[in-house]
Ligand binder design. Structure first.
Ligand SMILES: Nc1ncnc2c1ncn2[C@@H]1O[C@H](COP(=O)(O)OP(=O)(O)OP(=O)(O)O)[C@@H](O)[C@H]1O
Ligand SMILES: [Mg+2]
Length: 735
């Protein structure tokens, strides 16, 4: 069968693109990612490009894995494709060739938390640094500098707008000291994975040539969110053969706050004047009603390329808007609708709840738990972010790289060894004087400390024995050794239930390492640590574990940012309020409002069949309950959604003069007492229950309100719609 016959003509044309630069620019759900996969297959099948010469870059490891899977279904040999994120590609290149630019073998990758630990240590010593300066500010300045490929000197010259409340010279000095401390520790951070790779390409042309041969064809998904370092990475690799195909949608650029630059996609044709441009104009994902509000919303952005995006699907269901009295009622509504939808045949995995900030997830989780709906949270505290996991991996890091001072500080007090902060500070001072690591200082403690030197030396000996074991054992054996020999296990045993849970997580770490070894024959513990470091919490297969035992069948909770590129038949976007969406902070940034609008656009366009928007009139934030206003974005899409009440009946709006809807004359059901989805009496009905009515037939209970004789029950009857009945007279039976 012809491969490209499964695409529409525009998609097929793009997928058939062979050599030279190309840009696929199109709106959400138009099949960009699908086209990219078919292009991979087409290169292999039709042009006989060896899969080993193709690099495809995606935004998350999970997306890379999915793309590989899809390509493997289309064409034989796709397992040899190089598919990865920018960061994974960077780490692979630096591991192989980093020594050319002075990175020592066995360098470690510091994560966000490690960065903060290090910055806290450094900041105290910088003249002019305010006492209460937040290390996060400095971290964000450094990250942005790196994403722009700026050295400290560049930051001084160009970085005025990034200073986040810090004095420029102070921030630059912080950056400088951070860099030299990192080098001393043989460590790099996430930003370095790209900026150092770019430096390597620039300084050592032979390495660049090797990579160019390995990536003769390069393609990038979600190109609208690349930063300068990523741009340069791709540009350098493609500079020889120029087979660069990028795919993206400027309307979905949502990572400016992390240094992404929308110019990369908008100026693609300037950078590559011979670029072929492919446009896709049909949306295959969403119902026409969903797409209408998406289009309507994004038209309000002044800075954008005009694009056409027409639906392939019919109108479909109305988009609903529900405004609750507070966030608890809001999430109860969500839980109730999820129950209803699952009775309509949607699987839990078909549904997602999206929110602007992680903090919003807690209330939603609680409602779901009450309604007994299993949920998994993507991007919360991931498995590899857990304290005990990080501790054990830090021991492993220190064993591999004795100069990793961040790891030293993390583990020296876990378990307690009688080595206090003062002692560590003295070791540190000595170390910076003689350019030695903390571990080395600990070994020499008898010449540095007056008291407690033997404890430091014992610790140094322990670490030395672990260092010697690093290459002798498989990763999971080695990790078990760490857990047992360091006293960590003893410490957890003494900690009761919490310690018990942590021990279970450590068991799971060993399982993960065993699995990993099976997939990576001969892989070392250092390789395992690399992979663990690169697993963003979005990718994390272990999220389930971190959040309790979640069955496979569960609904997905995540931020709007994390939803990029995904799709679900049923989508809820909660908290569509001023201050949340758009977020308060965004309003102070130039271009911030438009970026929030794009974020909402990303959220809306995740929905295939049904979209719910919800808001609360009062919301508890930072321990205070505040009155909330509907998001201005709702006004922009007015007419495209139907305000409903708790029962899903069209409701009249209470604020801002009311929303006009497609069904202005539909009756509304009066709300009597505060409804609840749990039975009010022992013989009462329960939300989600299947019932039968003599006249209306089979239905599902949506809500129950009131008590005794006054109890009312709202039921959705198949083919009839919603009815609110007095339980006493309703003659309902359980079906
Ligand atoms: N020609 C087609 N025939 C059938 N289904 C299609 C076609 N093109 C795309 N689709 C389907 O439409 C949905 C959206 O496609 P895809 O995820 O590739 O879009 P996208 O442009 O990458 O979206 P986003 O901008 O959100 O990343 C997918 O379910 C995909 O399988
Ligand atoms: Mg996509």
């Amino acid at each position: 069968m012809d491969l490209l016959s499964q695409l529409n003509p525009n998609q097929a044309e793009a997928a058939a693109h062979y050599t030279g630069p190309a840009l696929v620019i199109a709106g959400a759900g138009s099949g960009k990612t699908r086209t990219l996969v078919y292009r991979l297959a087409h290169l292999i099948m039709h042009h006989h490009v060896p899969p080993r010469e193709i690099l495809a870059v995606t935004f998350t490891n999970k997306a890379a894995a999915e793309m590989r899977e899809r390509a493997e279904k289309l064409v034989y040999g796709a397992s040899d494709l190089w598919m990865s994120t920018f960061h994974s590609a960077g780490v692979r290149i630096l591991r192989a060739y980093g020594e050319n630019i002075g990175l020592k073998r066995g360098f470690v990758i510091l994560d966000d938390d490690d960065q903060l630990d290090l910055l806290k240590e450094i900041m105290g010593g910088i003249p002019g640094m305010p006492q209460d300066a937040n290390p996060r500010y400095l971290r964000s300045i450094i990250d942005k500098a790196k994403s722009n490929l700026w050295t400290p000197d560049d930051l001084y010259v160009k970085g005025d707008e990034f200073m986040a409340g810090l004095r420029k010279d102070v921030a630059v000095e912080g950056y400088r000291r951070y860099e030299s401390r990192m080098r001393g520790m043989n460590a790099i951070d996430f930003g370095d994975l790209l900026s150092e790779t770019v430096r390597l390409f620039r300084e050592v042309p032979e390495v660049l040539e090797k990579i160019q041969a390995r990536a003769r064809f390069i393609m990038i998904d979600e190109y609208q969110d690349t930063n300068t370092a990523q741009y340069e990475f791709a540009r350098l690799i493609a500079s020889k053969e120029r087979n660069l195909l990028v795919v993206g949608d400027p309307d979905q650029s949502i990572y400016k706050f992390r240094g992404a630059d929308i110019k990369n996609i908008l100026d693609f044709q300037k950078d590559y004047s011979d670029a072929k441009v492919y446009k896709l104009q049909e949306n295959y994902r969403s119902s026409a009603k969903v797409l209408t509000i998406a289009n309507k919303l994004i038209e309000n952005n002044a800075e954008r390329l005009e694009k056409t995006l027409v639906p392939v699907k019919p109108d479909g269901e109305d988009v609903w808007f529900y405004r609750a009295t507070d966030q608890k009622f809001e999430s109860d509504f969500v839980a109730q609708q999820i129950t209803l939808m699952s009775h309509r045949g949607y699987k839990l995995t078909d549904m997602a709840v999206l929110y602007r900030t992680n903090a919003q997830s807690r209330v939603v989780e609680e409602s779901l738990r009450r309604a007994q709906i299993p949920a998994k949270i993507i991007g919360g505290v991931g498995f590899y972010d857990r304290r005990e996991i990080k501790d054990i991996l830090a021991y492993a890091r220190l064993a591999i790289n004795p100069s990793d001072d961040v790891a030293f500080r993390r583990v020296v007090g876990r378990p307690k060894r009688g080595i206090g902060d003062t002692a560590v500070q003295k070791l540190l001072d000595w170390g910076s004087l003689y350019k030695k690591s903390l571990l080395e200082a600990a070994r020499m403690a008898d010449t540095i400390l007056e008291r407690g030197a033997n404890k430091c030396q014992d610790f140094a000996l322990l670490m030395q024995s672990l260092s010697e074991a690093v290459d002798l054992y498989e990763p999971h054996h080695f990790l078990r050794m760490v857990i047992e020999s360091t006293g960590y296990l003893e410490m957890l045993k003494a900690e009761g239930q919490e310690g018990h849970d942590r021990r279970e997580n450590l068991e799971e770490l060993l399982n993960a390492a065993t699995d990993w070894s099976e997939q990576h024959e001969g892989g070392s513990i250092a390789d395992f640590l690399d992979d663990a470091a690169l697993l963003s919490s979005v990718d994390d297969e272990k999220v389930k574990l971190a959040n309790g035992d979640v069955p496979e069948e569960s609904i997905t909770l995540m931020t709007l940012h994390n939803a990029k590129g995904l799709e679900f038949p049923v989508v809820f976007i909660v908290g569509v309020e001023e201050g949340l969406l758009p977020s308060r902070n965004s309003l102070m940034e130039p271009g911030g409002l438009e970026e929030e609008r794009r974020l909402f656009y990303v959220g809306i366009t995740r929905a295939m069949d049904r979209l719910y928007l919800t808001a609360a009139e009062n919301r508890m934030q930072y321990g205070k309950t505040n009155a909330c206003e509907d998001s201005r974005f709702l006004e922009e899409i007015e007419g495209g959604f139907v305000p409903v009440d708790l029962y899903g009946q069209p409701a009249s709006a209470k604020k801002r003069g009311g929303w006009s809807t497609f069904h202005p004359s539909a009756p509304s059901v009066p709300r009597s007492t505060a409804p609840s989805t749990t039975p009010s009496a022992s013989d009462g009905f329960k939300g989600g229950e299947k019932v039968k009515h003599p006249k209306f037939g089979n239905g599902i209970v949506l809500a129950v309100a009131g008590f005794g004789d006054k109890q009312q029950v709202t039921v959705n009857f198949a083919g009839v719609g919603n009815k609110t009945l007095l339980t006493k007279f309703a003659n309902l039976t359980r079906a």
